[in-house]
Design a binder for this molecule. Structure first.
Ligand code: NAG
Ligand code: NAG
Ligand code: NAG
Ligand code: NAG
Length: 951
């Protein structure tokens, strides 16, 4: 026969009438015919498959509307299901050395039902021999006593599914059994419908109702296309069981329990099942089939459509206009506050700066050029976060923060890959668990693997306790009334590529030394947290998308101590990550954005290490360290949050180092010591979870772990060091604290209000080696009764005064240069020691002493500004003001040059800067290269005899 004689379409029509054996013969004719037969997939093969009344749709129960990839393949599987049993029976026969004559014996079919050979299953079984097939005809078959299967038989319902019902309690004691096409219910005397302790049982296309099924290792089972209505499958020590395409509905307890070590004693069926699993297409992701993760939520997110932000590098501005990079107020500011902090602009000066361009030409003769290089923010994350956030613009994430697909993660992580491809215990694939109490319960060293299942509308989906391991790949878990996945008592395994959403409690709940690997999941729209880790729970939580949850995206408490890295946590209604009640955790390289409360919220003994995260676009503060929260914040980028960048309480000694805190709405870093301090974010914690299930919360406190963290440097005071704090809406640093605070080697630049505001500081606040520049009001303001020490700072180009103080300050060895107001403005209540500073104000006084301010001014060098204003004293005979050994530099000659030399301009960061985190070690604060080059008349001139002269 030639395929070419007739058009293919006609051949297809003709062949569509052939029965199966003829199709087989045809396909053997030649390659063309073979392909012709294959091309009948949607027609003849589909028809053949659906012709079997006991066949459920190949994608039942989860995707019954989706055409299978191949009907022929589905048909083959179905065909083999009934053949496999006999085929393996043959293997079994030889393996157990049955005599030859019995193996040759043909299988008999025994019919049971009214008008048939046997009237009951029991009587048929009594007459059956090895591998016979027992056909149950439609009707109700009720057995009055327990049935013990001693010889391998196949029990098949004859008719449509649902027409044959069997009420029985069967104990399989033979090596193998197959049940097919039955509605199975327990007998009146026992809830057990079926149990086996050593044999292999195959269930195909059955409905089980209201009973129990038990398989004990080394027994095995294979279940396909079955419905379990309030039926409990109990698997104990099974080496391998496979449940595929099944539906579990209305359970009053767990649907499947997998208990105990998988038995190492493997029967013949173990190898058979393993072969089946290996040959069938798994759900392990490949690059192109990585569908769940490629569901790209980011790209749908308008605010984050791909775009690169422009980069503004503050340090590279025109040297003659130091303030050019700072955002300019559109209109002229007439800004003399109560304390005269803001300095009125000269009307003709566009930026009020020190550029001669805005000054009168006459004055230009007197003036001099100042060449500044003010320390701007260091580049961070590839430069994406230097510019202001633009409405509608997106942020280009640096590659280290882009999410990997599951495929990529598994390629990178051999351990995860090994877990993902292992099979042990129970394999549950493509099943539906719905509308009941529990899904899968794995306990006492049990092992279960779940792939491509749907769990919905249950109390919980999966519980894994007591040294058990689960491997969960690409399941959908939603609308659970409690948490989706629950691990406790050293539970573990791999939870990867799942879609977990709309659950009433946490998506994943990790407790009591459980330590799972959680990769590439989407955990979202939970009514509470995305993931909770508590009671010494651990876990590696990596590369997940956790979003739109009602409570914290990740909530760590009661000594929970996970490693949380490279997750995207966004659009939560509470905190991104909350660490409470002695929670710990290593939290690195996450992108935490657009959460309603703090991006990271640390309270009540929470001690996480927070490193190299991007925390941005939050609706509240970036990081909150509240109420006895502790922790190390290192190398994070905290950007464009509506509230403060970092809001913290000094009492608990937080350590904030090498962070980039920019473009936040309020303070860059705010330090408080009172709980009711202004700016307390509205209860930004993760909110109370319901942890009642496992007893009193205090229970968790008992198991303390002594894993002292070498990553932390012990500190004795709250420490804010080596951060870049720039372009925040209010002050760069705001202090309202009654504890010691150290503020060291920070760059505080171009903030919307002051550089540093000390509103309350009853203990000492030490401000050392910082660069404080280009802030929109004064560099520093100290309120009455605050104790502050300034040492080694460079305070440059602020639009108000350099330092304005009403409090008790020591100002030693600072460079206070180029500020629009006075270098130092000492207000009446202040008590200030000003020693060995270099001070210059272009237009105002170097030092202005207002009222009866108490001051010791000693050994300072004051450079003359535009006029001869150097030191101003409001009250000429102020006994409280002592001035001695100050130097005044006046310009005389055009050719004279001033430099900040010996020592060079402050701060001297190169030496004092500690190597920051490994991740950010490349980004050192470079020394300030501030130079004053003055072309002036005059030279070095000492006026040491002048005391508090009004100039
Ligand atoms: C539910 O199942 C578990 C484990 O299989 C068992 O310990 C418990 O007693 C069952 N609960 C009920 C109410 O049947
Ligand atoms: C969930 O189950 C409950 C009872 O089991 C039922 O009333 C409810 O309609 C179900 N919800 C969904 C979404 O199926
Ligand atoms: C500044 O003071 C010097 C002497 O101390 C004087 O010669 C000079 O004229 C003064 N300049 C101005 C602008 O007042
Ligand atoms: C400030 O810098 C100087 C010079 O590098 C250094 O000696 C000093 O210890 C630093 N101070 C602090 C508090 O780090």
């Amino acid at each position: 026969m030639e395929a070419g004689i007739l058009p293919l379409e006609l051949w297809r029509m003709i062949l569509a009438y052939l029965p199966l054996p003829d199709l087989g013969r045809c396909s053997l004719v030649c390659r063309a015919w073979y392909e012709l037969i294959l091309s009948l997939d949607r027609t003849r093969w589909r028809q053949l498959y659906l012709g079997y009344t006991e066949c459920r749709h190949p994608n039942w129960p989860n995707q019954p509307d989706v055409e299978p990839e191949s009907w022929r393949e589905a048909f083959k599987q179905h065909y083999l299901a009934s053949k496999m049993w006999t085929k393996n029976a043959a293997i079994l026969e030889t393996s157990v050395c049955f005599s030859l004559f019995r193996r040759r014996r043909t299988r008999r079919t025994l019919s049971v039902g009214p008008g048939h050979e046997f009237h009951s299953l029991g009587s048929a079984l009594a007459m059956s021999s090895l591998f016979d097939r027992i056909l149950l005809f439609p009707g109700l078959h009720e057995e009055q006593g327990e049935i013990i299967l001693k010889v391998p038989v196949e029990i098949v319902g004859h008719g449509k599914l649902g027409e044959v019902a069997l009420l029985a309690s069967i104990d399989q004691q033979c090596s193998t059994t197959r049940l097919c096409n039955l509605v199975f219910m327990p007998a009146w005397f026992s809830p057990f419908m079926f149990k086996t302790t050593s044999g292999h049982v195959q269930f195909d296309n059955c409905n089980f109702e209201n009973g129990h099924i038990q398989v004990h290792g080394p027994g095995t089972c294979q279940v396909k296309f079955c419905t379990f209505k309030n039926t409990h499958v109990f698997l104990h020590n099974v080496p391998l069981c496979v449940l595929e395409n099944c539906e579990f509905v209305g359970s009053e307890n767990n649907s499947v329990t997998v208990e105990g070590h998988p038995s190492s004693e493997n029967n013949w069926a173990y190898t058979h099942l393993l072969g089946l699993i290996r040959s069938s297409p798994g759900v392990l992701p490949t690059e192109d089939s990585d569908s769940l993760m490629s569901l790209d939520l980011e790209s749908r997110d308008q605010a984050w459509s791909p775009r690169t932000c422009g980069i503004v590098i503050e340090g590279s501005q025109s040297p003659t206009s130091p303030a050019a990079g700072s955002p300019k107020a559109g209109s002229q500011e007439a800004e003399v506050g109560s304390d005269g902090e803001r300095v009125a602009r000269t009307p003709d000066s566009s930026d009020g700066g020190l550029s001669p361009s805005g000054e009168d030409e006459d004055e230009d003769q007197l003036t001099y050029r100042l060449s500044y290089q003010v320390q701007g923010p260091r580049p961070v994350l590839g430069g994406s976060f230097l510019g202001p956030p633009l409405p509608g613009a997106s942020i280009q994430l640096p590659s280290c923060l882009v999410l990997n697909s599951l495929h990529q993660e598994l390629q990178k992580d051999r351990e995860a890959m090994a877990l993902a491809s292992s099979v042990q215990g129970c394999l549950i694939r493509k099943c539906l668990f719905r509308d009941g109490k529990g899904g899968v319960f794995v306990c006492s060293y049990g092992r279960a693997k779940m792939e491509g299942n749907i769990f919905r509308n249950l109390t919980y989906a999966v519980r894994c306790i007591h040294n058990s391991k689960i491997i969960m790949l690409r399941n959908h878990i939603h609308h659970c009334r409690a948490s989706g996945i629950f691990l406790r008592l050293e539970g573990g395994g791999l939870i990867a590529g799942n879609n977990i959403y709309d659950n009433a409690e946490a998506g994943v709940d990790i407790r009591k030394k459980s330590n799972p690997l959680i990769l590439c999941n989407q955990i979202h729209h939970g009514l509470r947290s995305g993931i909770v880790v508590l009671g010494n729970g651990k876990g590696i939580i990596r590369n997940n998308q956790i979003f739109s949850n009602k409570e914290a995206g990740i909530y760590i408490l009661y000594h929970g101590n996970p490693v949380v890295s490279r997750n995207h946590i966004f659009k939560g209604s509470a905190a991104g990550i909350a660490v409470n009640e002695n929670g710990r955790g290593l939290i690195t390289e996450n992108v935490i954005r657009e959460n309603q409360w703090g991006g990271v919220d640390i309270r009540r003994g929470g001690v996480p290490i927070l490193r190299s995260n991007l925390i941005c676009f939050g609706y509240s503060d970036g990081v909150v360290v509240g109420d006895e929260g502790k922790g190390l914040l290192e190398g994070n980028t905290i950007y464009a949050n509506k509230g403060c960048g970092v809001w913290m309480m000094s009492s608990s000694l937080p350590h904030v180092t090498s962070n980039h805190v920019s473009y936040n709405g309020l303070y860059g870093v705010a330090v408080f010591s009172q709980k009711d301090g202004s700016g307390e974010s509205p209860g930004g914690h993760g909110a109370q979870e319901n942890f009642g299930e496992d007893g009193d919360a205090t229970l968790w406190e008992t198991e303390l772990e002594k894993d002292d963290d070498l990553l932390r440097r012990p500190i004795t005071a709250a420490l804010v060091e080596s951060n870049t704090v720039n372009h925040n809406g209010a002050s760069g640093l705001y202090v309202q604290s009654s504890e010691v605070l150290h503020v060291i080697t920070n760059v505080i630049h171009a903030n919307g209000d002051r550089g540093i505001t000390v509103a309350q500081s009853s203990q000492l606040t030490r401000v050392a080696n910082n660069s404080i520049s280009c802030n929109h009001q004064s560099g520093v303001k100290v309120e009455a009764q605050c104790k502050v020490e300034f040492r080694g700072n460079g305070i440059y180009d602020n639009r108000g005064h350099g330092i304005i103080t009403k409090g008790d300050s020591t100002v030693i060895e600072n460079d206070i240069i180029g500020n629009r107001g006075s270098g130092l403005q000492l207000l009446p209540t202040s008590d200030t020691k000003v020693i060995k500073n270099r001070i210059h104000s272009f237009r105002a006084y170097g030092i202005a002493v207002q009222g009866r301010a108490k001051a010791l001014l000693q050994e300072n060098t004051v450079f003359q500004g535009k006029t001869n204003k150097t030191i101003f004293q409001q009250i000429s005979n102020n006994q409280e003001c002592i001035m001695q050994n100050n130097k005044f530099l006046v310009f005389k000659k055009k050719s004279d040059t001033w430099r900040l030399a010996n020592p060079p301009a402050r701060p001297h960061l190169e030496n004092s800067l500690r190597g920051p985190s490994a991740a950010h070690s490349g980004q050192k604060v470079t020394a300030m290269a501030t130079r004053i080059t003055a072309h002036v008349e005059g030279g070095y001139h000492s006026k040491r005899s002048i005391f508090c002269t009004i100039l």
